[in-house]
Structure formats: C-alpha cells, structure tokens
Design a protein around this ligand. Sequence first.
Ligand code: MV4
Length: 502
Amino acid sequence: MIKKLLIANRGEIAVRVMRSCKELGIKTVAVFSDADRKAKHVRYADEAYHIGASPSSESYLRMDKIIAVAKKSGADAIHPGYGFLSENGDFAQLCEDEGIIFIGPSPYAIHTMGDKITARQTMMEAGVPVVPGTKEKITSEKRALEMIREIGFPVMIKASAGGGGKGMRMVKEESELISAIRGARSEAKSSFGDDAVYIEKYISSPHHIEFQILADKFGNTIHLCERECSVQRRHQKVVEETPSPLMTPELREKMGKDAVAAAKAVNYYGAGTIEFLVDDDHNYYFLEMNTRLQVEHPITERVVGVDIVREQINIANGLPLTYQQTQIKQRGHSIECRIYAEDPDNNFMPCPGIIREIVEPLGLGVRTDGYMYEGFEIPIFYDPMISKLIVWGETRHEAISRMKRTLDEYKISGVKTSLSFLRSIMETPDFVDGKYNTHFIEQNLDFLLSKRICDTHCEDIAMIAGFVEYLSKLKKIQPTTQFEVYTNKWKDVGRIKAAMRI
Ligand code: MV4
C-alpha cells in the first residue's frame, strides 16, 4: 500500500492531488524548480525537494532528478498530474523498472494511445467509430489523393505523434494538398521527431465531448459520463460543463459503451478520458484518448460524487473499483471556468506577476482549485492557468447564475486575468441557450470582448465615482445629476450610476 507519494508536478494540480493524499493518510513529497521555491504545493507537502532551474526542461521534465528524489525521500509512488511527464510512456516504464508505482496506466496503453495512427487502428478493431480516413500513415501523395477521392474534401492532415491540435492542417481543395502534407510532415518532424501523418475527413462544426473512464487492474471498466468541452480558444479549453447540453440518455448510453470499449481495447487501468467529435445529428467519432487525470475532472467529481484522485490511488494499489456502472448517477449540473493570467484586451497575452490581493468566492456549490496566495509571483515559465472555478447547481440555469455570482465575487489583483472574459461568456446567448460548438469563441469574439467590463474599466469607474463624490462635497453638483461617461471601449450609464450610488 502506498504510504508516501511524490507529486511530479506544480501549481493547482499538485495541491489537488495532495488534498486527496491527506484524506487517505498518505504522506506527500513535493518537487520544485527555482521559480517555485515559495509555491503553495511546496508549503502544502510534508516534504519538498529542489530539482533544478525554472525552465521545465531543467526541472519538472527531468525524469532522473524526480526518480532520485523518490528514492531519497522513500516515496513508493509517483503521481504525474497533467502535462509534463503525465503522458510519457518511457517515464511510466522507468518508474516500473525502478520499483516505484506510477499512478497512471501501463506504458503500453500510453504508447498505443499516444500514437494516433495506432490508436485509430485499435479503435477500428474494437468497433469504436473513428473519423473516416486513412488506416495507415501517408506514404505517397498519390495514395493520399486516392484516399481523399473516397472521403471527399475538406480533410484534415494530422501528425500521428501530435494531439491537442499540434501538427494539424485543414485542406479545402486538391491544389492545397501537397504543400499541406509537406508542411504537416516537417512540423511533425521538428516538434515530435516523427513525420508520420494521416488523413481524416473534416468534421465541420463539431462538439468536443469527452467521457471520463475509471478502470481497475481486474478489467472492471466504468465511465463517469461526459464533459462538454467545446468552449475553447486555440486548443485551450476555457469553460467545461457536464452534462453536455447536447446529450440525451440514449446517446450517453451508446457513447459510454464505446468509451468503455475503447479503454478495454488497450487493457486500460487508471483514470483516462476518451475524446469524441460529435456533430449536431449525434454522429460521433473517437478523436483521441488522454491517458492522464485532466484539468476539468472536478466537474465530473461534483456531479457523480466520486473523488477521481482517490480512485487513481486505489487502482494503483491494486484494489478493485469502489463503484459499479449502475451506481454512477449524475446529479444536477456543474460548470468549470479556467482562470488564466492573461490579458483578453491584448490578444490573450500571458500576464505573469505578483498576486497583490486575492478574494475567492465561497458559498453553496462552489469550489476553487488554485495555488495562489497574496505575495506569490506567478512564474512566466509555465502554463498561465492560475485557478479553476467550479460551481454546481440543481439545473443548468442555476449553475450559470451561480457562476456569474462567483465570477463577480472573485477578486484577483496584481495580474491581469480572464475573469471578465469568462463573465461575458456566461451572458452570451449561444452559451445561455446551450447552442454552441467548437467555433463558439471565434464566432462570438466581438460580443465577448465588447460586452466586458474590464478590470481597468472598473478602476476608471472607481476613480470617476471618487471624483464625483469630491465635487458633490464641494457642492459643485447635486447628487441627482446625471452623468454620461465614456471610457475607451465601454459606455454604460446605468452601471456607472450604480457604482457612484447616484
Ligand atoms: C478535427 C476537427 C475536425 N475534423 N478532426 C483539434 C484538436 C485535436 N485534438 C483535434 N482537433 C480537431 N480535429 C477532424 N477530422 C476539428 C478539430 C478541432 C477541435 C477539436 C476539439 C476541440 C476544439 C477544436 C477546435 C478546432 C478544431
């Protein structure tokens, strides 16, 4: 049984994993880089070890240093979190070779699912629907054209070693094909050291829906229903919710069965996610499998009432699953907003810096998974996601209302954040109506940016309010005077009056 667990990660997910460890009576070991010396995961852990300079290539990606810390500290297991080494089959193998439990699936499952061509072949054999396209890698441009004659333009060229949108090209017509294949190939070669590419039919306005899987080492495999992840920008998810507004009980049953079959096809154990593209007619296609704990796992935890990290640890300990499929029931609705330290007014440029003040929302049905405290400097070296706000409501409507309330309560100063951008998503008609797909942000960008009351605007308003109060004290104006105030991008007389209490 695992007594001491090393978390080979940082930020909110390191803290999240440690929280479950604490409840299970498992001691925790943190590792940290130069930039993370004072980070929350270091303070939360029972022990912490420095593993190198700030760039992840010199710290969180260094397998040798992490294994050395595991040995020195006497940790009997490693949890990789997400990102970094979490989907590195060689790392999982190294842990196994060194007699350390890797909290995740087998190296075989990671390798099979990591290679998208092998993953597609495995799914076809398992009878799971995949996007129409090539079964093998493209060996000649002539063969590629023959293939496309069958499926028709437009198509997607994808790197077999890719995933998450990297090394991907859309091709509308034959004249673009050859340069797209060559481009995708060289991008794949330089990014992944593998130039294998394949072709898929282009699905034009898909939803991105994924199923959470749990499987133990005895072959028991269940799903914890779906997450709707279509609200994303440049392959970065922004808002996730469950249930999906598109889902029906029949479709869930069918996709859930296929998700379980997909996991079983690679003898999967641990927590994992099957990603699907789904069109408006409920046709769905396997896209890829994520062989790790995901950022958005808390919405599933909230709606089905399962601690996914606890299950991961149980599975790694060789225990059977705590739940059977028939015991899994969704209750209510959950939404997650990812809060990034970035500036929506400046093309979402990352904005690292020191957190000056932070006030987190609380109350019924509210969870925040973060790692900030006042005075901590968000490093520039890692992902700009600084917190996740997860709410629950009995209905979708209630969850949206609660999300609006808690976004309004959330105060982070010192760094620019996406809070106000998220707030305007909650007011966008397509989102409110649950009628959105993966094009949601690009299609609503003008609305999303124009409707926002930015932090700087709030500061302008506060300044104007202060000045008005000063003038009214000098009796230059009456408290009932109406003002019309214009700032650079925003005008809203009603709200300014409210802010000034006149
Ligand atoms: C596609 C697609 C349309 N047709 N494949 C993007 C991320 C990578 N995992 C796969 N992606 C896509 N693959 C075919 N055949 C559209 C996307 C896609 C997308 C998928 C999921 C979530 C957001 C997306 C945004 C743009 C494109």
